[in-house]
Design a protein around this ligand. Structure first.
Ligand code: ADP
Length: 426
């Protein structure tokens, strides 16, 4: 089957979120880590895996603008060379960006590359509490600018009016498709696109406060070269390809090769959710809590963990190896080594643990923590992840190439308390 939807995501966990959304709505999907190898040369096979949709995961959200633009364009080039019929630029549902970018500049560059003059910008994801009304983004019941996002260390969001926010990032005009139009459905939305294009606008912020709105918006952007938004608005896109006869009904979009073999959890997230999950696991599985403060040596920590795991590995229940600690302990290690060095030490130790576990026959691995997942994926030499069934919202099982390993990469705050056990029984 040819590639249909080519996606460029500005961070890793956001890419997984989008990929999982597409799979749930009937497309097979592979997440590729970083800019794929140069686009195929004449006569060569595509370097990208086969899937209905491919999501290229970049780390471009807070990169310098020029780097974000160059990487996004390179990713787009590879996706177009593989035959993508539509491109999707995925950013955060809280529109994380600054007046310098990177949402505006990347979208501008992609539109130019595609020879197109118009795209929507819709980060809404009502199921996760992100809704847009009259162009204003709400997080739960609060305006974006009063949601805590105004204090974000890298991308403080102090203006909830997305028309204004995006206008500061592009030389193109930005307009609004308001709630009253979105309520009327796809045809009305399309007519409003025509109105905005007539006015010379390059972007339309589109109101959405329900999944029904997102499906209508998805239908309205059928055939547009570029769609930009959060993962929510992608829920309506697979239906367009089905309607065009390009995508068969798939009951098995989330199918992965059978999961067998020893299982393990490696945790580096210190989020409240992850600490709760470790606490729950203690009553049901062997749990080792590494003490990075007592042993501030990555190799020694990893050795302790792997020695402990020997003889405990099992195919029916996981071993759980966690560096995660309460805020006081994290602060103590940071005071001793510095914030970055403390994080790097623990990430290095856990990546070595993951590598050692795989060498010992672990074939199903859960990793808790965004940065921790990045370190593990890099150490294991993973280049792409085929997206499978969801364990909990936003966290699917995946099948990693080229290692042939089942991996679940959990962003710190995600997952129910029993996540580490449930992952191996669902
Ligand atoms: P989350 O998804 O919850 O943000 P991350 O893995 O992205 O989790 O970030 C957690 C960071 O905390 C990582 O850099 C990890 O190495 C670091 N870390 C984990 N345990 C400790 C600890 N005991 N002391 C200091 N830093 C730690």
């Amino acid at each position: 089957m040819p590639l249909l939807l080519g996606c460029v995501a500005d961070d890793f966990t956001g890419a997984t979120d989008l990929a999982s959304m597409l799979v749930k709505n009937g497309m097979t999907c592979v997440q590729v880590i970083g800019v794929p190898p140069a686009a195929e040369r004449h006569g060569q096979a595509s370097p990208l895996p086969e899937a209905d949709a491919i999501v290229v995961a970049l780390k471009s959200r807070t990169a310098p603008v020029a780097d974000a633009v160059a990487e996004s364009l390179a990713a787009a080039e590879a996706l177009l060379a593989a035959g993508a019929k539509q491109l999707f630029f995925k950013y955060c549902s809280t529109f994380d960006s600054t007046d310098a970018g990177n949402i505006g500049p990347v979208a501008d560059a992609l539109l130019k590359r595609l020879g197109s003059g118009f795209a929507i910008a819709c980060p809404a994801f009502p199921a996760n509490g992100r809704s847009i009304f009259q162009g204003h983004l709400f997080v739960g019941q609060r305006l974006l600018s009063e949601s805590g996002m105004e204090n974000h260390p890298l991308t403080p969001m102090t203006d909830p009016d997305l028309v204004r926010v995006l206008s500061r990032q592009t030389d193109g005009g930005v307009g609004l498709v308001p709630f009253a139009v979105v309520e009327q459905g796809a045809a009305a939305i399309r007519r409003d696109f025509a109105r905005l294009i007539d006015q010379g606008r390059r972007y339309a912020i589109v109101d959405a406060v329900s999944d029904a709105h997102l499906f209508a918006i998805g239908e309205a952007v059928a055939g547009q070269a570029l769609v930009t938004g959060g993962s929510g608005v992608a829920m309506g896109l697979p239906a367009n390809f089905r309607a065009a006869g390009l995508l068969p009904e798939r009951a098995d979009a989330a199918a992965l090769p059978p999961a067998q073999g020893l299982c393990a959890v490696v945790a580096g997230s210190c989020s409240r959710a992850t600490l709760g999950q470790i606490g729950f696991a203690r009553d049901h599985a062997p749990v080792l809590e590494l003490d990075a403060l007592a042993t501030p040596d990555a190799a020694a920590l990893a050795r302790q963990a792997l020695d402990w795991a020997d003889g405990k590995l099992d195919a029916a229940r996981p071993v759980v190896i966690a560096a995660s600690a309460l805020p006081e302990k994290v602060a103590a290690l940071q005071a001793k080594l510095g914030r970055e060095a403390a994080g790097a030490l623990v990430e290095h130790a856990l990546a070595t643990v993951a590598e050692g576990l795989v060498a010992r026959g672990v074939r199903r691995l859960v990793v808790a923590g965004g940065e921790t997942s990045g370190a593990v994926v890099q150490r294991l030499g993973v280049t792409s992840l085929r997206i499978g069934p969801e364990i909990d919202p936003g966290v699917p099982w995946t099948f990693a190439a080229p290692t042939g390993l089942h991996l679940a990469l959990k962003s710190g705050n995600f997952g129910a308390r029993d996540f580490f056990l449930k992952a191996f029984t669902s």
